[in-house]
Ligand binder design. Structure first.
Ligand code: DX5
Ligand code: ZN
Length: 222
């Protein structure tokens, strides 16, 4: 399998929640193609963000690829609503108890790409049963719930392990990392096979967002 071209997907969690359309526009103006939308239910994570109506309204003002990350205890109950709202990819966590395989398949049946997500303390083996059924694996390098946290370097080995499984089995999924990603931590992840990078705080803090994106999307060993 050819490696996927690197993609930066800024998280609008770090944007302006009184003007998320403006935050999405900043991504487009920086020439980016993906937007990472963090959906939080206040149960799986101790925070709340926004729902399908917000996504639907953002869909009206943007043609970016919406990478929707469901941090929810019961994501299977919401995939229809987010697909209808205009998500392009819907990723769901492996930790809660719900019909994961069926939900992954349902996301695809709804016309979206799917992803499986694991938290920093969840062993890589937890997602082994799903690797053949996903378009993306999202490895959290912070405990989900809030932006602006420090990158967990202890997760780097897990990224390498998942990339090894991908290569070994010639699987086509994208390998995404999320949490504390910036121009220092992205290369560490890239060197371990990561090709898709979520950055919230570092992106919105960057004075030159085009330069920041170029740094993150640099091809490995460029
Ligand atoms: C955390 C979210 C991340 C977060 C990344 O629960 O899933 O996407 O917004 O934000 P930074 O890049 O600020 O760590
Ligand atoms: Zn996220």
């Amino acid at each position: 399998m050819d490696p996927h071209p690197p993609i930066l997907a800024p998280s609008i969690l770090a944007g302006d929640h009184a003007n998320l359309a403006g935050s999405i526009l900043i991504l487009a103006e920086a020439g980016l193609s993906w937007a990472h939308l963090d959906i939080m239910d206040g149960h799986f994570v101790p925070n709340l963000t926004f729902g399908p109506q917000t996504v639907a309204d953002l869909r009206k003002v943007s043609d970016l690829f919406f990478d929707v990350h469901l941090m929810m205890d019961e994501p299977h109950r919401y995939v229809d609503a987010f697909a209808k709202a205009g998500a392009n990819l819907i990723s769901i966590h492996v930790e809660p108890t719900y019909p994961i395989v069926e939900t992954l398949q349902k996301i695809r049946n709804l016309g979206c790409s799917n992803g499986i997500v694991l938290n920093p303390d969840t062993p890589a083996e937890a997602i082994l049963p799903y690797l053949q059924k996903v378009d993306l694996v999202l490895v959290m390098t912070v405990q989900p719930g809030f932006g602006g946290q420090s990158f967990r370097h202890d997760v780097l080995g897990k990224i390498g392990q998942i990339d090894h499984w991908r290569k070994d089995r010639a699987l086509p999924f994208r390998l995404e990392v999320d949490g504390g990603v910036d121009t220092y931590t992205a290369p560490l992840c890239r060197d371990r096979g990561c090709d898709t990078f979520v950055a919230g705080t570092a992106f919105f803090k960057a004075a030159d967002k085009v330069q920041f994106a170029a740094e993150i999307e640099k091809t490995p060993f460029a």
